[in-house]
Ligand binder design. Structure first.
Ligand code: SF4
Ligand code: SF4
Length: 243
């Protein structure tokens, strides 16, 4: 699935009619518990299965202060992004968003925060067809950092994400991210104990940051032998963008 540099700047023809409503909608979703809410036009990048849902509502909930995710044992320090309470809030917000849009007669399809690979439902087979990164970058909420994660100016990579695809007449962002904004920063590159991150800036349409997933997985295995859990997350911890 590839996206051109221009697709996200397209605005639905009737968007101006709903501009105010879109802002109200975003405020309402934040009131329900979302930290960030954005709407992106993702028409050109959709798999055939989702062609009838041209907009993506990107939802994010921030993780607690960084110290709460720190795990230290012996010589290993890691950051866990597993926050069940955060995921619970995100799922609740996503369900309310879907229900709200459907109650007004529009279609809404939820791509959940963490895809359960063993979910046998038909819908679960569609989840991998649409990444949260596409929704968030098209919605102008963040870009793909050198660490390969969605990063935002306010929270770095310390967010959990979910997406709702819809045909509701919301106004898409006219400020999508089409390239990374990490600039000269290489903190995640420098801190990675597996040398799995290269200092390449993401550009939409290119392959994006090249993360050596094999090296990263090997590091997680090493950490598991000390911590008893497959975590590392130093590339999240190092990002200077989080508050
Ligand atoms: S999780 Fe750890 S090993 Fe994997 S890319 Fe990030 S810093 Fe490197
Ligand atoms: S640590 Fe620096 S280079 Fe890495 S994602 Fe954050 S801003 Fe980008």
């Amino acid at each position: 699935m590839s996206l051109s540099n221009t697709q996200c700047t397209k605005v639905l023809s009737n968007s101006y009619v709903y501009r105010l409503e879109t802002e109200s909608f975003q405020k309402m979703v934040k009131f329900w518990g979302a930290t960030l809410v954005g709407v992106g036009d993702v028409r050109e990048g959709l798999a055939n299965e989702f062609r009838h849902l041209p907009l993506a509502v990107s939802l994010a909930v921030s993780h607690p202060p960084i110290a709460m995710g720190l795990v230290r044992k012996k010589t290993v320090t890691a950051y866990t992004n597993s926050f069940p309470a955060v995921d619970a809030v995100l799922e609740k917000v996503q369900k309310r968003t879907v229900s709200y849009l459907r109650s007004l007669g529009w279609k809404a399809f939820a791509i959940p925060p963490d895809t359960d690979r063993y979910d046998p439902s038909f819908a679960a087979r569609l989840y991998p067809l649409f990444p949260h990164k596409t929704a968030a970058t098209c919605a102008g909420l963040g870009w793909i950092g050198k660490n390969g994660l969605l990063v935002t100016p306010e929270y770095g990579a310390r967010l959990s994400w979910a997406t709702v695809l819809t045909d509701a007449p919301l106004t898409a962002s006219d400020n999508p991210y089409t390239r990374g904004q990490c600039n000269k920063c290489t903190r995640c590159v420098d801190i990675c104990p597996a040398a799995a991150i290269t200092p390449d800036e993401w550009v939409r349409g290119n392959c994006g940051p090249k993360i050596n997933v094999t090296a990263c997985a090997e590091q997680l295995r090493k950490n598991h032998s000390v911590l008893g859990t497959y975590i590392c997350g130093l590339c999240v911890l190092a990002c200077p963008l989080h508050r």
